[in-house]
Ligand binder design. Structure first.
Ligand code: 5AD
Ligand code: SF4
Length: 446
């Protein structure tokens, strides 16, 4: 039995693809292991959003190839770097045996068979098969209680800095019937929370909607949300949302369905309209704030998270201050901030990357300092409150401590003196929050 080690970088879409690749290999008789040193086949599912993520791949491959052990595993590269680089990866790094694009993950065992039968430097960048079996086996799921359900793949937005439309291709929505069937199956298997995933989930528009007027009070996405809510699954989260397509009916759907969770991730990228225009985001600060106001006016406390890029070409100190003002106004529950990283092939790559590395680092740190204050204020506001937590795992440091997420996607750790803590796993229980630290809430079972 061949042993396979699979390591994943990047977004939830990659995690979901890896779950599926591992499940398909397992069903073909491969053993999926967690120790890369005893693997016959090492797979890297890669991310190319920033340059750093790409470098990580080359250093990983180099490390395996220079190791002194007897086993010389086959090395396969999957995901976004594979899709973009194709066979040029073999020149860039001699250690790689095969390359499988973002749409070819379903054919992973075919790729391995080809290489094992002597077809060196095998490449598959072909299209996804429509009828591919996307079943994820219980052993290969990232969490036994949380299931990822891709609803839309790819991206049509072409923000000027972003490589995703090139690495993942055009937007393609899955059929609503297929999605709902998957959710029903997951519920039957004991999954408590699904994450509907996609680069822009709220741009969801299946083929059956083609030709329909764009927005008649209820977008295809909010109708999908309501249909999924009707399955009765305990928790439904969705990520990532795109501001321009974030219509008020999404908040209405959340307000009307308890099992649609209190969390919206809505990347804004910058607080300056000049920068947003140069990024070709298709929204302004004013239009973004209208959406935020709608979210904040919900009777539920909906947690709001976002992404920012600092140091985009021509971003001035004034632009950056506008970003900080936006952070202060919106008081995001948390934000991911990234230093701009030029990606070859994107329109922004033609611009001069004229904010120095030193300035980018300074803005990054200043941003983090302010953001952390608001994050702390938000977390602190949960102290002495009772929250519902889906218990997902034991803490790796302390076996008496369990960990899970709230409906607003906050991590909660708590001590438990129950005889059989194991029985709490997979349950949604009430926790009284007693304190907050930088990213986590702590509490006790009520
Ligand atoms: N440089 C820096 N950050 C980027 N992101 C996407 N492309 C780049 C880039 N070239 C960030 C955006 C996006 C998140 C997933 O990654 O903030 O929302
Ligand atoms: Fe990239 Fe913009 Fe598409 Fe998001 S919406 S994946 S940032 S191009």
């Amino acid at each position: 039995m061949k042993k396979v080690y699979l390591e994943t970088f990047g977004c939830q879409m990659n995690v979901s693809d890896s779950e599926r690749a591992a499940s398909s290999l397992e069903s073909e008789g491969y053993e999926i292991i967690s120790d890369e040193n005893s693997a016959d086949i090492v797979l890297f599912n890669t991310c190319s959003v920033r340059e750093k993520a790409e470098h990580k791949l080359y250093s990983k491959v180099g490390k395996i190839r220079s190791a002194q052990n007897l086993k010389k595993p086959l090395i396969g590269v999957l995901g976004c770097v594979a899709q973009l680089e194709g066979e040029t990866l073999f020149q860039k790094n001699q250690g790689i045996d095969f390359v499988l694009g973002t749409r070819a993950v379903g054919r992973i065992s075919n790729a391995i068979k080809n290489v094992l039968s002597g077809h060196q430097q095998f490449v598959d960048l072909g299209e996804r098969e429509d009828d591919h079996d996307w079943t994820v086996s219980e052993t290969q799921r990232n969490s036994p209680y949380v299931g990822f359900v891709p609803i839309i793949e790819g991206c049509n937005k072409f923000c000027t800095y972003c490589i995703v439309p090139f690495s993942r291709g055009r937007e393609k929505s899955l059929s609503a019937v297929q999605i709902i069937q998957q959710v029903i199956d997951l519920r039957r298997k004991g999954i408590k929370e699904v994450h509907l995933i996609g680069q822009n989930v709220n741009s969801y528009r299946p083929k059956s909607e083609a030709g329909l007027e764009k927005f008649k009070g209820a977008t295809a996405f909010s109708r999908l949300l309501r249909a999924i809510a009707a399955t009765g699954l305990e928790r439904i989260k969705f990520t990532t949302s795109f501001p321009r397509d974030f219509h008020t009916d999404i908040v209405d759907a959340i307000n009307e369905n308890d099992n649609l969770c209190n969390w919206v991730h809505l990347p804004v990228q910058s607080g300056s309209n000049d920068v947003l225009r140069a990024m070709r985001r298709g929204h302004t600060i004013e239009s973004y704030l209208e959406k935020i106001d709608k979210i904040r006016s919900s009777p539920r406390t909906i947690s709001l998270t976002t992404d920012f890029i600092v140091g985009f070409p021509n971003e001035t100190e004034w632009d950056f201050q506008e970003t900080l003002k936006l952070v202060e106004y919106c008081q995001f529950d948390s934000s991911y901030v990234f230093k701009y990283s030029p990606r070859p092939g994107t329109p922004a790559f033609q611009m001069i990357d004229n904010v120095s590395e030193k300035e980018k680092a300074k803005r990054f740190l200043e941003f983090e300092k302010i953001q952390k204050i608001y994050q702390q204020i938000t977390l602190q506001s949960y102290v002495n409150k009772t929250v519902d937590v889906l218990v997902e795992k034991f803490s790796s440091k302390n076996p008496r401590q369990l960990s899970g997420h709230t409906t607003c996607h906050k991590v909660v750790n708590f001590e438990s003196n129950f005889e059989s803590n194991k029985e709490l796993l997979g349950k949604i229980i009430k926790i009284k929050v007693t304190k907050s630290k930088s990213n986590t809430l702590y509490g006790n079972i009520l």
